[in-house]
Write a protein that binds this ligand. Structure first.
Ligand code: FUB
Length: 308
């Protein structure tokens, strides 16, 4: 009996070790992970890459028509809560867009606000919408219109200690605006965040606060692939000072990287993506996580990607 229990324990440990490996999700492509802690559980809201075909999207390019959310208590076993939003449920979405790109989700007063970019059917340009739910795993109901005065991709929402919410997004530059308490409308004119790198391309902003410092983090491509970098400021709208690199460019060719940073049970984690399950096509990506730490000056120690 003792022997059987030991065997069972080893088997369970072995399975967990396998599941704990990067990439985190292996039965579908996932990208652009925004990790959030809700109700003491870790939730990840990624994009969902699929393969374009002749009659769906633009072959050779990104193709995304819906979102799933995943949760875990231990970063090892992940539960897929299924589809939480589909392009066909978004009233203004361009039905040939397949452009449900990098999302975010935040909680305020017991409601969950899911922010997502998608192309508008009238302009075919990117807009950002909000879908609202009562639970982190949805269901989420999209608003009838996208957020007015926002054109771009990669929404990220940060709620400061005083309750003021800010939305960041990318559209050539990185933009910021205050949100109204309803979380659905801008409360200020959008402005471009100053003093960020001018060369290359910036996208995927992700803001977090630690010990009174505001960390604006973003992927930046100057050469072939994106490097995760950050700037630090004393307020959510800056000014920011470009400070360092979180993760170097990928030597193995995935053009994009897109990340989020979260403190879960007193350990910081970097969530990001790579094309582990699709080495020959970098628009079919997979999410990863690695632990992240700070030095005594509050600078981020560079994260070296692990596959296991
Ligand atoms: O997933 C589509 C786009 O690729 C995202 O919006 C960017 O951040 C990049 O990851």
């Amino acid at each position: 009996m003792k022997c059987n229990l030991a065997f069972l324990g080893a088997l369970i440990w072995g399975f967990q070790a396998i599941w704990a490996q990067n990439p985190l999700i292996r039965d579908q492509y996932t990208a652009d992970p925004t990790a959030r802690v809700f109700n003491n559980k870790l939730y990840v809201y990624p994009s969902h890459d699929i393969m374009c075909t002749e009659d769906k999207g633009e072959p050779g390019w990104f193709c995304m028509e819906d979102y799933h959310v995943f949760s875990s208590k231990d970063l090892t076993i992940w539960k897929d809560h299924g589809e939480i939003l589909h392009q066909k449920d978004v009233p203004w979405a361009y039905d040939e867009g397949y452009s449900m790109w990098a999302p975010d989700c935040v909680e305020k007063d017991g409601k969950y606000y899911f922010y997502f970019p998608t192309k508008h059917k009238d302009t075919e340009g990117f807009t950002i919408g909000v879908a609202v739910g009562n639970h982190p795993e949805g269901p989420f109901t999209p608003q009838k219109k996208p957020i007015a005065n926002v054109n771009g991709i990669d929404p990220n929402v940060f709620i400061d200690h005083d309750g003021q919410a800010y939305i960041y997004w990318s559209g050539r530059d990185i933009w910021v605006a205050k949100l109204k308490p309803n979380m659905l409308e801008l409360a200020s004119e959008p402005s471009i965040i100053a003093n960020l790198p001018k060369e290359g391309h910036l996208e995927g902003p992700f803001m977090f606060e630690r010990s009174g410092k505001y960390y604006l983090t973003y992927p930046h491509v100057e050469n072939k692939t994106e490097r995760l970098e950050y700037a630090i400021g004393d307020s959510p709208m800056g000014p920011f000072k470009v400070t360092g690199v979180i993760m170097d460019e990928s030597p193995t060719g995935c053009w994009t990287n897109h990340h989020s940073i979260v403190d879960y049970n007193d350990q910081w984690y970097l969530f990001y993506h790579h094309n582990d399950l699709s080495p020959d096509f970098d628009k079919n990506r997979s999410i990863r996580a690695d632990s992240l730490s700070f030095n005594t000056d509050g600078l981020i120690n560079k994260v070296i990607p692990t596959l296991r």
